[in-house]
Design a protein around this ligand. Structure first.
Ligand code: SF4
Length: 463
């Protein structure tokens, strides 16, 4: 089944908007009427009613148009949501969507009878793929051919898949940098890495609504309040009384700064960011992760130096750098409403640090200097998570020895996740129609050469 066609995968409007604004779809397109569309300025997230992005600039067949951009899941939402009769949408210069009816043409008209240029995007940005969901956990049909492969062959397969995944991450950062700036793309990627799986999009939106250059120009207290206020955490905390004197003081300090900027930053409820704190360990509570991001901004220049200065041992340097990240409140609290922990915890634990290295630092560093791959290949694996456990069960069954052997390193885990994303997430037949097992057999018949095996993995699929 083609990517994006898998059952149960419904894109979320906020995710599409975040991918669009982050530049993941690119900035040059062909409109539904064949127009050449170039986004000159993505504009700003709208905080109030009206189109999603304001003060944008778009070239249509070379003609510059300034106004707003509306991003919907379906072209028909323009009418369904009453935008056609709403004067606030009259300055819309581009209507972006990811779905439209197959048999009828739907136009985008404004109240002032303007015909808005339309752009149909692919269902997913291509750089990020479909949203996560977890297919059933059971040993897959590929288990038998994989069990027959020698250790070196499986290693080579995972290595090739990991290299592909890493290259895509580097490309994503590069494309996003083209739409915004290298520094803003990096900031969003760092925020996403801290958001982990459940709050990745929420962190991306927050990073887009609080641009890094604006944050860096603020005093630390203002910066922290801007992040927590824009996230919606300060309003939400009002319903829960603080449990410790430190929490009372910290929240009062944040509010003291937030009051002054609130009218300029706060969004209407419909546009508020949705956070998830269920299914996450207390140490990974999104408020604590945001505390880490705010702290990290105080050490931002040192993070940037990692790319600017030649560094021989990235993991060690980044680890040392992360040890210096400390916050009087967040070292000992899980959330704005939690009790204090008996002992302090590092703001960036081992796994978050490895994800920061694996998802942000190395992809960009290897894109610029491919020889850094050697350092990446030595990076140890993170603690298993649900997605990785499912991938391992599907590919290696209950063979504990192979499970352990092929998840020791970060790149092996990433290779497994790439196969899982490209085959398991695409499969809608309980493995019956998945091409991976046959392609593995075909490989082995064609050649037993390990290098051949590695080189035939292309785009997560074996060709
Ligand atoms: S969907 Fe394909 S790759 Fe995934 S477990 Fe089944 S056979 Fe293996």
């Amino acid at each position: 089944m083609a990517r994006g066609g898998s059952p149960g995968l419904v894109a979320d409007e906020l995710e599409v908007q975040a991918s669009w604004f982050g530049g993941e779809y690119g900035r040059v397109f062909t409109g539904t009427e064949g127009e050449r569309i170039e986004v000159v300025q993505f504009g700003h997230w709208n905080r109030g009613a009206g189109p999603d992005f304001t003060e944008a600039a778009v070239k249509v067949n070379g003609e510059l148009r300034r106004g707003s951009i509306e991003v919907d899941l379906d072209v028909r939402n323009w009418d369904r949501h009453g935008h056609a009769g709403n004067a606030a949408f009259n300055d819309t210069v581009l209507h972006v969507f990811i779905d439209q009816p197959a048999l009828s043409r739907v136009f985008t008209r404004t109240q002032s009878h303007g015909n808005v240029v339309q752009l149909l995007l692919p269902q997913y940005s291509g750089l990020l793929g479909p949203p996560d969901f977890l297919p059933e956990a059971f040993p897959g049909r590929c288990l038998a051919p994989l069990a027959r492969m020698e250790v070196a062959e499986v290693e080579s397969l995972l290595l090739a898949a990991a290299q592909y995944r890493l290259r895509r991450k580097g490309e994503r950062l590069h494309v996003m940098a083209g739409a915004t700036s290298g520094e803003q793309a990096l900031f969003q990627a760092v925020a996403e890495a801290l958001g982990f799986r459940h709050n990745k999009t929420a962190m991306a939106i927050l990073a887009q609504r609080c641009p890094v250059r604006e944050l860096l120009e603020m005093a630390p207290g203002d910066r922290e309040a801007r992040l927590f206020g824009a996230a919606g955490f300060l309003e939400a905390a009002l319903t829960e009384p603080p449990r410790t004197p430190e929490a009372r003081t910290y929240r009062r300090e944040l509010w003291d700064h937030w009051w002054t900027m609130r009218p300029e930053v706060e969004t209407i409820p419909r546009r508020s960011i949705r956070w998830r704190s269920d299914s996450t360990r207390p140490l990974n509570h999104p408020q604590r992760r945001l505390g880490a991001l705010a702290t990290l901004l105080g050490h931002w220049e040192r993070l940037l130096e990692l790319w600017e200065k030649p560094v021989n041992n990235f993991p060690k340097v980044v680890n040392n750098w992360s040890k210096s990240l400390s916050h009087p409140f967040w070292n000992r609290h899980y959330s704005l409403a939690s009790e204090a922990t008996p002992k302090p915890f590092r703001l960036l634990g081992k796994d978050r640090l490895r994800d920061l290295l694996g998802n942000v630092v190395f992809p960009e560093a290897i894109r610029v200097s491919p020889e850094r791959w050697v350092g990446y290949a030595r990076l140890g694996g993170v603690d298993s998570n649900q997605k990785l456990r499912r991938a391992v069960l599907r590919l290696f069954g209950t063979d504990r020895e192979r499970q352990k052997l092929f998840t020791r390193y970060y790149h092996q885990q990433q290779g497994l996740l790439q196969i899982y994303d490209d085959f398991c997430l695409e499969d809608a037949s309980d493995c019956r129609e998945c091409p991976f097992p046959e392609q593995l057999l075909q490989w082995r018949r064609m050649s037993h050469s390990v290098s051949h095996l590695g080189s035939t993995l292309n785009a997560g699929r074996i060709v």
